[in-house]
Ligand binder design. Structure first.
Ligand SMILES: Nc1nc2c(c(=O)[nH]1)N[C@H]1C(S)=C(S)[C@@H](COP(=O)(O)OP(=O)(O)OC[C@H]3O[C@@H](n4cnc5c(=O)[nH]c(N)nc54)[C@H](O)[C@@H]3O)O[C@H]1N2
Ligand SMILES: Nc1nc2c(c(=O)[nH]1)N[C@H]1C(S)=C(S)[C@@H](COP(=O)(O)OP(=O)(O)OC[C@H]3O[C@@H](n4cnc5c(=O)[nH]c(N)nc54)[C@H](O)[C@@H]3O)O[C@H]1N2
Ligand code: SF4
Ligand SMILES: [Mo]
Length: 762
């Protein structure tokens, strides 16, 4: 007893990582009394090297807050929740799931989520629930932002699992297109990297953004275009490049196919008209087009500003043509593909009939992911073949997905909704069962968003605190659920014995052979590989690392694909042992490690098309281009364009629930240009009602000349009802619509929401 108290009250310093954005910067934290008492950057972290931003310092608000769940809960008929034991909860859920499977089959079940910014381990276990239910419905937040990008990568590179990255740290000419890395990060050590580019007179930074952002302030050229007009600006610049013969013939001949039809399309672009549509100076447009094409090395970093705005897929197509037709690809300082250890993306090309479509919309998955924009309809409108049961994990769709009202209504109509979360979220407040997960600092976890090239890294975080209350990690929750469903036995005595008693020197080789033999005779169990590894090899790993056993097949496969790159990164071994060595190194490295170090020419091995050629001709895009006209989303009824979801200093998706974490901007204000404010007779702090076709929300005005006239901006990441109180800040998705989305892959157009503004009396 004394030891426990001592351990709890004695200060210790540990290594971990921030979980608030895809970067997962390494942290050095002081811990005392179950709390973080000091948080700073970890200099030993091979990727972030000590870098952090202001948001990380507040992580105690995630770890300790009044919304943290500590016990499994069951909803009563009056809507209140009472405690239930794990055994009873899982037995009841298992039996209800089995009934639904028997009566209605796999399409009646869907999962949502499976990982946020820093927890992708749980998703491996959640995925098994779809296998058990024979369901193909994987809904995920990536399906409301990045699937357009993935779809295009499939067309260009031959697989939707190919993914492009950008070497902004070394590029001579860097374009930030529809992204604000100063606030949103997303690139290595964002603020330092921006400073480096700014202070080097030989390097050029271009920002393409309708707002004069914190990033734009450091730029050499800021193209402050009209929102939603990237498609015109980008295609005009590409047209200039081919008209002036600045494209890279040699690169195109050697590495690409289909350039002729792309060139023809580009030559037909009405450059003057399109540049005028974007409302930016021609002189700057010429500088950017020529500068990018002629630079020694150049790259484009793009994000939601083009993916969440009008013509989203065409925007991404032109973004990629930019670095492809100029040959700024596959070299230092350019755009590249990268390898990945955690297979977050798969290839589900919709032209292959083997990938099932959704019932109501006939919608296909991209990279294995269905878009949130169709989910309410697939629950409410698909008749007898509707979705009836869901598990939502590490995701808060009742707040974060488009048309929150439609999502809530759909969730309420389900026969069974199970939410697995660390906190009593708005989605959990609609669930039949709420299952409490141990926090990301109470279990082993990692991010799978490792997207670097030529060197790529990975950080396995060790648990820092004991799990609160009755919380369990996802590995345990889903393994128990599969056991309760009778899908896997509770024990695998032979495998467990081999794992436990295998001599150190044989390094899991005996276990791997035994596992392969077991699965060969029982192929049905392959789909439950994660839970089987967890129950068998897991306990033998010690250090509470059982859930990490699932990484072993992934390190083995990585080493088999790229033995030289893995060896260069410091992980030697033969065909059998190299992956095992990497696995062991990952478990031991407290600050993370580099797992692969490629040569730039290796980029071609990552292209999945035959002969490693890039297919520039994408018929759907050329068709869309033919139909393109200069459009205007505003109307008399909705005269403003709202960017519904800006990244700021004090938002971090929906991860922090206690609003006190914010030092400034408690209201989540709406940016409005002074001229618009004057016209509407508004001043700073006035309250307005913002109406869209879908709904209305209130907002507090901030007069701000960094935005264009006619353009309004509101943050994402607000609107939580902490402690079931009233929502703090705007619930932005009350005004975003399901049909306001890209026609191909249905990602929402959050940056281009037509709205009007009504002044509220003081
Ligand atoms: N502080 C903070 N950081 C975050 C997050 C967070 O919640 N808070 N969330 C993380 C996540 S999940 C993501 S996906 C990333 C997103 O990161 P970003 O995409 O960089 O962030 P946003 O602020 O949503 O949008 C970027 C820019 O797009 C611009 N924009 C709007 N409309 C247009 C347009 O029509 N054309 C162009 N060219 N630009 C336009 C906006 O003015 C804005 O500056 O951020 C991550 N980082
Ligand atoms: N209008 C508008 N809407 C947007 C955006 C926008 O720009 N505009 N941005 C969109 C984007 S890009 C994204 S990525 C999404 C993000 O939205 P979501 O995908 O919903 O993700 P988060 O807001 O990060 O919520 C993560 C959830 O995971 C829970 N959690 C944290 N740790 C754990 C854990 O260890 N285990 C479990 N089981 N749960 C855990 C948290 O409590 C939280 O409920 O929002 C989207 N919504
Ligand atoms: S929010 Fe992102 S950039 Fe900031 S410390 Fe955390 S991981 Fe790093
Ligand atoms: Mo995101």
């Amino acid at each position: 007893m004394t030891v426990v108290i001592l351990a709890e009250t004695t200060m210790r310093t540990e290594k971990t990582a921030c979980i608030l954005c895809s970067r997962n910067c390494g942290l050095l934290v002081d811990i005392e009394d179950g709390k973080f008492t000091k948080i700073r950057g970890d200099e030993d972290h091979p990727l972030s090297q000590g870098y952090i931003c202001q948001k990380a310092a507040r992580l105690n608000y995630y770890q300790n807050n009044e919304d943290r769940l500590e016990h499994p809960l069951k909803r009563q008929t009056d809507g209140s929740y009472t405690r239930i034991s794990w055994d009873d909860a899982l037995a009841e859920i298992a039996s209800r799931l089995l009934n639904i499977r028997t009566q209605y089959g796999g399409e009646a079940f869907a999962t949502a989520g499976g990982g946020g910014q820093g927890n992708h381990l749980g998703g491996a276990y959640l995925g098994q629930m779809r296998a058990a239910m024979k369901s193909y419905y994987n809904y995920n937040s990536l399906g409301q932002e990045k699937t357009g990008d993935f779809w295009l990568n499939g067309r260009l590179f031959g697989s939707q699992a190919c993914h492009t990255t950008e070497d902004v740290e070394h590029g001579d000419f860097v374009i930030f297109l529809g992204c604000n890395p100063f606030q949103s990060h997303g690139i290595p050590n964002a603020r330092d990297t921006l400073k480096e580019i700014k202070k080097d007179p030989d390097r050029t930074m271009v920002v393409i953004d309708p707002r004069r952002t914190e990033t734009a302030k450091s730029a050499d050229i800021h193209l402050q275009l009209k929102p939603g007009t990237d498609v015109y600006l980008l295609s005009a610049m590409l047209s200039i490049i081919v008209r002036e013969n600045l494209h890279d013939e040699a690169f195109l001949n050697e590495h690409c196919t289909g350039f002729d039809s792309v060139k023809e399309m580009l030559l037909n672009i009405p450059v003057d008209e399109y540049v005028a549509a974007a409302d930016v100076p021609m002189e700057d447009v010429l500088k950017v087009a020529r500068g990018f094409a002629q630079a020694e090395s150049a790259c484009v970093r793009a994000d939601l500003g083009i993916q969440h705005s009008n013509h989203s897929t065409l925007n991404s197509y032109f973004e990629k043509l930019f670095f492809l037709i100029t040959g700024q690809f596959g070299k230092k300082g350019c755009n590249n593909l990268h390898d990945s250890l955690i297979p977050i993306l798969s290839d589900t090309d919709e032209r292959n009939p083997k990938f099932k479509r959704s019932v109501h919309h006939g919608m296909f998955p991209v990279s294995g992911i269905f878009p949130p924009n169709i989910l309410p309809d697939e629950i409410l409108k698909a008749g007898d073949r509707r979705i009836r049961a869901m598990i939502v994990d590490s995701c808060n769709p009742a707040v974060t997905w488009p048309d929150a009202t439609a999502h809530k209504k759909a969730f309420e109509s389900l026969d069974l909704l199970v939410v697995v979360d660390v906190a009593m979220t708005e989605t959990a407040q609609l669930a039949d069962y709420v299952l409490p997960a141990a926090s990301q600092f109470e279990k082993w976890e990692f991010t799978g968003f490792n997207m670097e090239f030529p060197k790529n890294g990975f950080h396995a975080r060790h648990p820092l605190f004991p799990a609160k209350g009755e919380t369990l990690q996802e590995a345990e929750i889903y393994t128990r659920l599969l056991e309760a469903m009778g899908e896997i036995p509770k024990r695998f005595p032979i495998l467990s014995r081999i794992a436990k008693h295998e001599p150190q020197f044989s390094s899991h080789l005996g276990f791997i052979a035994a596992l392969a033999a077991t699965l060969a005779t029982n192929k049905k169990q392959i789909r439950y590989g994660a839970s089987i590894l967890y129950r068998t090899l897991g306990p033998a790993l010690g250090n509470d690392a059982a859930s990490m056993a699932v990484l072993l097949p992934l390190t083995l496969s990585l080493a088999q694909k790229y033995p030289d790159a893995v060896r260069r990164a410091g992980h030697p071994g033969n065909k059998l042992t190299q992956g095992i060595n990497l696995f062991k190194a990952i478990l031991a490295a407290r600050s993370g490690l580099i797992f692969s170090e490629h040569r730039f020419e290796d980029v071609w091995k990552l292209v999945k098309n035959p002969q490693q050629k890039i297919t520039l001709e994408v018929p759907e895009m050329l068709e869309a281009m033919k139909k393109l006209k200069v459009d205007d989303l505003t109307s008399e009824q909705y005269p403003f364009i709202l960017s519904a979801g800006e990244r700021r200093s004090y938002n971090a998706n929906q991860i922090y629930r206690n609003p006190q974490w914010r030092k400034v901007d408690h209201a989540g204000f709406m940016r409005m240009h002074p001229e618009d404010a004057e016209r509407l007779d508004l001043t700073k702090g006035d309250r307005v009602k913002c109406h869209s076709e879908t709904g209305s929300i209130e907002a507090v005005i901030e007069i701000d000349n960094s935005v264009r006239t006619g353009y309004l901006m509101m943050p994402h990441g607000y609107g939580s009802n902490y402690q079931k109180g009233s929502p703090n800040g705007p619930e932005i998705n009350l005004i975003t619509g399901l049909d306001h989305c890209d026609p191909i892959h249905r990602t929402p157009l959050h940056k281009s929401v037509p709205v009007n503004i009504e002044k509220l009396s003081a």
